[in-house]
Design a protein around this ligand. Structure first.
Ligand SMILES: C[S@@+](CC[C@H](N)C(=O)[O-])C[C@H]1O[C@@H](n2cnc3c(N)ncnc32)[C@H](O)[C@@H]1O
Length: 208
């Protein structure tokens, strides 16, 4: 598994340390373990978890690093921690807050932070629209909601100059067309995920 992960990271142009690769695999092991009790994700096969979850989330890193990793990042509807935990492992200087409306999912993130010794990772149990928090430089989501709901529910949490980044499957033309005039889509990036024959798309937005 480590070889597959290392090869995927190299293909994505990521230079991950041995410790980071081990942390990513340790996270995957925790996800598998807790999934048995907590039902964190429908994907249960270890090889599929590696490709469909871990490497898929890892593919968000190159665009994120090109944009510039922020000091504070929120991953909304993080579920079992995708992509938030992966970002926290790969970007140790970024403080990552994973927010989820389901308590056991936020508890799992807190467990990951403790077991993997990641002081920059936080799990918060809240509906994002009800959260009281300091603002963030970047808000991410993966399989969370439509672009309209994602941006409207989290707009209050953007710091001045901050942006949204949504991970989508196919190019979400209809969702983009439905966005209100005060949300600007400034970049749409097609991604290829090593080992996955599927379309991935990253939508970057900012308030107007
Ligand atoms: C389909 S899961 C995606 C989880 C993860 N991002 C992934 O890619 O595997 C969507 C998550 O959003 C959470 N969620 C839904 N509405 C929410 C809200 N208003 N605030 C915070 N979390 C919410 C759900 O509890 C669920 O865990």
């Amino acid at each position: 598994m480590k070889d597959t992960l290392q090869a995927a990271a190299t293909q994505l142009g990521l230079n991950l340390s041995d410790t980071q690769l081990d942390q990513l695999l340790a996270y995957l092991a925790l996800l598998q373990k807790w999934n048995k009790v907590y039902n964190l994700t429908a994907v249960r096969d270890p090889a599929q978890m590696l490709s469909h979850h871990l490497i898929d989330s890892l593919s968000a890193l190159p665009p994120l690093l090109r944009h510039g990793a922020p000091q504070r990042l929120m991953d909304v509807g993080a579920g079992g921690g995708l992509p938030g935990v992966v970002i926290a492992i790969c970007c140790p200087s970024t403080d990552v807050t994973c927010v989820d409306a389901v308590a056991k999912k936020a508890t799992f993130i807190q467990q990951v932070a403790a077991e993997l010794k990641l002081p920059n990772l936080h799990g918060v149990h809240s509906r994002v629209e009800q959260l009281a928090t300091a603002p963030f430089g970047l808000i991410t989501s993966r399989a969370f909601a439509s672009l309209v709901d994602f941006t409207s529910l989290t707009r209050q949490h953007l710091a001045p100059g901050a942006v949204w980044m949504a991970m989508k499957g196919q190019h979400p033309a209809e969702e983009i067309a439905a966005l209100p005039a005060d949300v600007e889509v400034f970049h749409v990036e097609q991604l290829s995920v090593p080992g996955l024959d599927a379309q991935r798309c990253m939508v970057w937005m900012r308030p107007r």
